[in-house]
Design a protein around this ligand. Structure first.
Ligand code: ATP
Ligand code: MG
Length: 408
């Protein structure tokens, strides 16, 4: 069976073979290509040792020499080339304490997590499928290579990867593998929060974000963090519903996390994202969305401008999307608010201090004393303009500002 691989990959494989080594595309890229999905990256596995790989290509980057990985750049894309290896005992969730190189492709495939991720491919050999990956791909099954409890014991991150692949590929988790998720759940306590977060994020961004509920169903959530577990507390019914509906939202980190965290309140969302080492930008966005999600938005122009002015551009539309997806019963009201927001934008109503017709400089030129009062005057003028956008005129506001100043 012949599959289409990028010409850069073909050339890299050919380069290694020309020097007498075995070389294959391996793992996620083979899986995704067979499924008709576009792989995120192309990983290569080879019998050549890292020093030998370096010799073949001349210019390489040492990405993870101790794990046998070097990277070759082709047209600004990196291709990781990893020597066939057998992993020793795992030190943390990701890195084996020691790796031993091997000359046997089969051994390298055996160390991989799931059968669907344990296939290799080259044009010359075709698909190398020792553990039944093709069958599981066809049947839509996530199954460990070998004994599930043992494989998850080596690296507990794999239990979250099982859920993530089931969400991304819409696969079921095979029974023995599923049972082992529960057994190994406590081991998540030793997995780094960054890596946990990355898998949860991938799950939420998939076509089946509701699979994140498996984290509760299998008993993993308390071992992710105390805050995270609390999401499934009193509001479990609504959280389930929100997760089911989240697939209707664009696959954006802030939106999907906000949907998941929508019923716990802003502080809880902030705490969870902090525990999970989420980046500040996403955390801020989620906080804004969760804060306003629980507020009832008013339809009138002035209130809509007020809320729009309190958040970054674009966030208001995300808020409406969130409300529309999670609260379809309120769709009529949200629709009217959207129309109001569109009108505010098309009229160009001032909703930002920087868009006011008058600046601090203008006020000083008109005789207002510079100093702390200046900020207060500008703030008052801005609130006035939010209520009366038709008054966003320089002369008018200057008059108001100067009068206020001399009155005080
Ligand atoms: P994606 O790139 O879409 O996240 P992927 O399957 O390519 O999915 P990677 O994390 O890029 O996942 O890993 C590449 C391959 O390395 C996997 O397909 C799998 O064979 C192996 N692998 C990755 N992480 C693990 C792990 N924790 N345990 C065992 N094998 C793993
Ligand atoms: Mg990958």
């Amino acid at each position: 069976m012949q599959i289409i691989i990028p010409k850069q990959v073909e050339e890299i494989l050919a380069g290694l073979r020309a020097d007498g080594y075995e070389a294959f595309a391996v793992g996620g890229c083979v899986r995704d290509t067979l499924l008709g999905r576009v792989p995120g990256d192309w990983d290569i596995t080879t019998s050549a040792r890292p020093e030998q790989v370096k010799k073949v290509f001349g210019k390489t980057i040492d990405t993870g020499l101790q794990h046998g990985t070097v990277t070759v750049m082709r047209e600004h894309v990196g291709y990781e080339i990893t020597t066939y290896r057998i992993d020793g005992e795992y030190e943390d969730a990701r890195h084996p304490k020691e790796v031993a190189f091997t000359s046997d492709l089969k051994e390298d495939l055996r160390r991989r997590d799931f059968t669907i991720n344990a296939m290799a491919y080259s044009h010359e050999t075709g698909i190398v499928d020792i553990f039944g990956g093709m069958k599981d791909l066809k049947e839509g099954v996530v199954r460990c290579v070998g004994n599930a409890v043992e494989r998850f014991t080596e690296d507990a991150l794999r239990i979250l990867r099982a859920i993530r692949f089931s969400a991304q590929l819409n696969f079921t988790i095979e029974d023995e593998t599923y049972a082992a998720l529960t057994v190994i759940a406590p081991n998540l306590a030793n997995v780094s929060k960054e890596r946990i977060q990355a898998e949860l994020t991938k799950t939420l961004l998939s076509d089946h974000p509701e699979r994140i509920l498996l984290v509760e169903e299998t008993g993993m959530s308390p071992y992710i963090s105390a805050g995270f577990h609390s999401v499934f507390g009193t509001n479990i019914g609504r959280v389930r519903e929100a997760c089911m509906r989240a697939s209707g939202l664009p696959a954006r980190k802030s939106l999907r996390w906000a949907a998941f965290l929508s019923y716990g309140g802003e502080d809880c969302a902030a705490q969870i994202l902090k525990e999970l080492k989420m980046d500040n930008d996403t955390t801020d966005r989620v906080k804004t969305l969760v804060r306003w999600f629980s507020e009832e938005l008013q339809e009138d122009d002035c209130k809509v401008r007020e809320v729009m002015s309190s958040m970054e551009d674009g966030r208001f539309d995300e808020l409406l999307l969130l409300k529309e997806s999670l609260l379809p019963e309120e769709a009529a009201g949200t629709g009217r608010i959207r129309k109001t927001a569109e009108a505010v934008r098309s009229r160009g109503d001032c909703i930002r201090m920087r868009d006011m017709a008058v600046t601090g400089k203008d006020l000083i030129a008109a005789g207002v004393r510079p100093g702390p009062d200046m900020g207060n005057i500008l703030q008052r003028l801005f609130l006035y303009v939010l209520k009366h956008p038709e008054c966003n005129e320089k002369e008018y506001l200057l008059n108001m500002g100067v009068k206020k100043d001399t009155e005080e």
